[in-house]
Structure formats: structure tokens, C-alpha cells
Design a protein around this ligand. Structure first.
Ligand code: GUN
Length: 299
């Protein structure tokens, strides 16, 4: 068995952003509309600050308006809800993203449900979750959407393939399973209580790992030739790089898996870069729908 093809998520995401930039240009030229994305950050979480900065920069790079709202950690839930309401009613704002996690004194579910579903570019609102599950025009969560794009690029038609999703989170596992079902895969959702996890994984033509356990999926769990999508982002100690150093690894043991799989996403540089690119794509989609335009007709 040769080495797996390494799926270059960084390049894929750059291509997707270039496509979105082209579409944004066409939307401006034909309809004089510029999409706007509002990102709300509450508090000082360092990882969230990095994400939000990166989102703002890439939003502007594809030609959209970026509106950043940074609120102090002790903001009341009522004040945050009032801001969301203002953004819901602002016609220059087509997408709204409230960065998670929110401070502990806030009810995240309540805040997410307050976002106008048509502007919910994260796809976290119950209406969008329900539309995805029932085959409607949902806004789809960015990370699973990015995973699906890479799978279709790699495999073409996914119909009839056996897909195993390891992890059942609302943000990745469950929407990923729904998307694969929509593509006519035979879908299994495995999780921490699954009996014989290795055996379940070994049956998969498509294996998506989204559990947050460093290097949990071993090479021996993978069907030869399978396509493996690793959503994990785990920081582990890396004494080989020097004392106190760390490195980022996925949920899949990459060095083992690369010898068995047909194709695999690396960490970093696989799924990660796709998430923001899909957020921009979703913002474009939301803008078209809000203006009664067919996205396919724009460019
Ligand atoms: N925090 C980490 N990832 C995400 C995401 O995709 N959306 C939001 N809103 N917050 C996040």
C-alpha cells in the first residue's frame, strides 16, 4: 500500500476564497450589493481573538464589509441580545456570527436563537439545524460544509459510500452526518459509548474524526484506501522540539493513517483553513437569498 494522498486544505481554502471574491465582484457589478458580515466577540479569550482578527481580514480580502463588535467580558446578556437585534434589523449586515464560547453568565443557546436564521452564517440556529435535517435550504455549519467540499472534490459522487463520523457534537458531528446522509451515504455516528469503535471505523469508505482526542484513530482502524478527514485540533507536548514546546495534532494518528488511507487531511493545514473560507461562502449565500437572487446566476 502506497502513501495516501495528502489533501491540501490550505490551497483548497485559498481557491474557495478566490471563487467567493469573484462572486462578490459580480454581485457588486450586476446588482450593486456588497455583502456584510458582523462578528461579535465578548471577552478576551486569546484563541477567539485570533480567529476574529483572521475572519475580519479575510472578509475584507474577498471584498465584503466586515463589522467587528468587541464587547467586554462583563457585558450583560440583555445588552448582547440588544446588539444582535440591532444587527438583525440592519440591512447592510447579511451575516451575523457570535463567537463561541460566550462568558459563563450568558445562555449561549438563547443568544444563538436570537439571530435571524437568514443571517445565521454559522448554521447553529434551530431553524437551520431543522432545515438541514429535513432537506431544506439551510445555512450549514462551516466546518462540516468544508469537510463535505473536500470529500466531493476527492471522491466525486458519494452515493452509497459507507461513512463513519466519530463524534456527535452539534457543531461538527451531527451536521456532518446529516450532510453525508443528504449525499446518499450510509452513515454511522460513533461516539465515546460505541462498542468496538475500531471495528466501526474499519468499515468506512469515508471516515470523519471529530472527537477532540489527540491521535485516537489508529492506522489499524482504517480501511485500506479510505478517505480520512481529521477535524481534530489538539495541542500536545513536543519535547523533541525543546523543553516546554508543543505541537498541533489531529484526532487521527497521521503517521500510521497515511500508510493505509487513500487520502487524508493533515493537521494543521487540512480542515482548519476551510472553516473561514466556508464562512465567507455562507455570507455570500445568505446575501443572495436575502435579495431573492439565485446564487448560481451571479458569476
Ligand atoms: N468558536 C470556535 N469555532 C467557532 C465557530 O465556527 N463559530 C462560532 N460562532 N464560534 C466558534
Amino acid at each position: 500500500m502506497g502513501k495516501a494522498k495528502i489533501i491540501d486544505g490550505k490551497q483548497f481554502a485559498a481557491n474557495l476564497r478566490a471563487d467567493v471574491a469573484k462572486d462578490v465582484g459580480a454581485l457588486k457589478a450586476k446588482h450593486n450589493i456588497t455583502p456584510g458580515l458582523a462578528v461579535v466577540l465578548v471577552g478576551e479569550d486569546p484563541a477567539s481573538q485570533v480567529y476574529v482578527r483572521s475572519k475580519g481580514k479575510m472578509t475584507v480580502e474577498v471584498g465584503m464589509h466586515s463589522y467587528e463588535h468587541k464587547l467586554p467580558d462583563d457585558t450583560s446578556e440583555a445588552d448582547l441580545l440588544a446588539l444582535v437585534e440591532k444587527l438583525n434589523n440592519d440591512d447592510t449586515v447579511n451575516g451575523i456570527l457570535v463567537q463561541l464560547p460566550l462568558p459563563k453568565h450568558m445562555n449561549s443557546a438563547k443568544v444563538l436563537e436570537s439571530i435571524n436564521p437568514a443571517k445565521d452564517v454559522d448554521g447553529f440556529h434551530l431553524i437551520n439545524v431543522g432545515l438541514l435535517a429535513t432537506g431544506g435550504d439551510a445555512m450549514v455549519a462551516c466546518t462540516p460544509l468544508g469537510c463535505l467540499m473536500m470529500l466531493k472534490d476527492q471522491l466525486g459522487d458519494l452515493s452509497g459510500k459507507k461513512a463513519v463520523v466519530v463524534g456527535r457534537s452539534n457543531i461538527v458531528g451531527k451536521p456532518m452526518a446529516q450532510l453525508l446522509l443528504r449525499e446518499n451515504c450510509t452513515v454511522t455516528i460513533a461516539h465515546s459509548r460505541t462498542v468496538d469503535l475500531a471495528g466501526e471505523c474499519k468499515r468506512a469508505d469515508i471516515l470523519v474524526a471529530a472527537v477532540g482526542q489527540p491521535q485516537m484513530v489508529k492506522g489499524s482502524w482504517i480501511k485500506p484506501g479510505a478517505t480520512v478527514i481529521d477535524v481534530g485540533m489538539n495541542r500536545i507536548a513536543a519535547p523533541e522540539k525543546g523543553e516546554g514546546k508543543t505541537r498541533l495534532v489531529g484526532d487521527v494518528d497521521f503517521d500510521e493513517a497515511v500508510e493505509v488511507a487513500g487520502a487524508i487531511t493533515p493537521v494543521p493545514g487540512g480542515v482548519g483553513p476551510m472553516t473561514i473560507a466556508c464562512l465567507l461562502k455562507n455570507t455570500f449565500t445568505a446575501t443572495c437569498r436575502q435579495n431573492g437572487l439565485d446564487e448560481a446566476d451571479i458569476s
